[in-house]
Design a protein. Structure first.
Length: 162
């Protein structure tokens, strides 16, 4: 990740337009600006991180974020809601670092396990999650729309040392 020039930090309201832009380019469930804003304003159980570009790979004035991750700790569980990397920055370890950081933050807040859903056809994301310690534990039929697709439910044990 160092060769890309990215630093991980907490998401701010100023990041939301770029977060929504990344969402749209990644086929994620579209929360929209207001949903991310509401999550930022919610309790301290919401965890929202961004990977901020320090040395852009492309020369655009509007590209400050390489990716982001949003999660929440509830009843001792870390629920990872969204994680996405801007296409030009994929495969550079940014997703791995965001997951590592959010899992550590969840563990510090008392989470003993992490859970997420991933599109059954998103093999690249499944591979990333497996690399980060997630195991397949179930399937939710027709969970996603546009297009209709099953979700694979994955979990990781946070009690072990990372």
């Amino acid at each position: 990740m160092a060769d890309v020039g990215v630093a991980v930090s907490g998401m701010t309201e100023h990041d939301l337009l770029e977060v929504v832009e990344i969402v749209e380019s990644s086929r994620l469930s579209r929360w929209g600006w207001s949903a991310y804003y509401a999550e930022l304003q919610s309790s301290n159980r919401a965890l929202m991180l961004v990977a901020r570009v320090q040395r852009p790979l492309e020369q655009t004035e509007s590209c400050n974020l390489a990716g982001y991750i949003v999660a929440r700790v509830t009843a001792g569980e870390l629920h990872i809601n969204n994680v996405a990397i801007r296409p030009i920055y994929r495969g550079k370890g940014i997703g791995t670092e965001l997951l590592r950081r959010i899992m550590l933050a969840g563990k510090e807040l008392g989470a003993y396990a992490a859970f997420l859903e991933v599109r059954s056809g998103n093999v690249a994301a499944q591979s990333l999650y497996e690399k980060c310690g997630f195991d397949l534990i179930g399937r939710r039929r027709s969970y996603y729309t546009d297009p209709n697709e099953d979700a694979l439910v994955m979990s990781a044990d946070l009690k072990q040392d990372a």
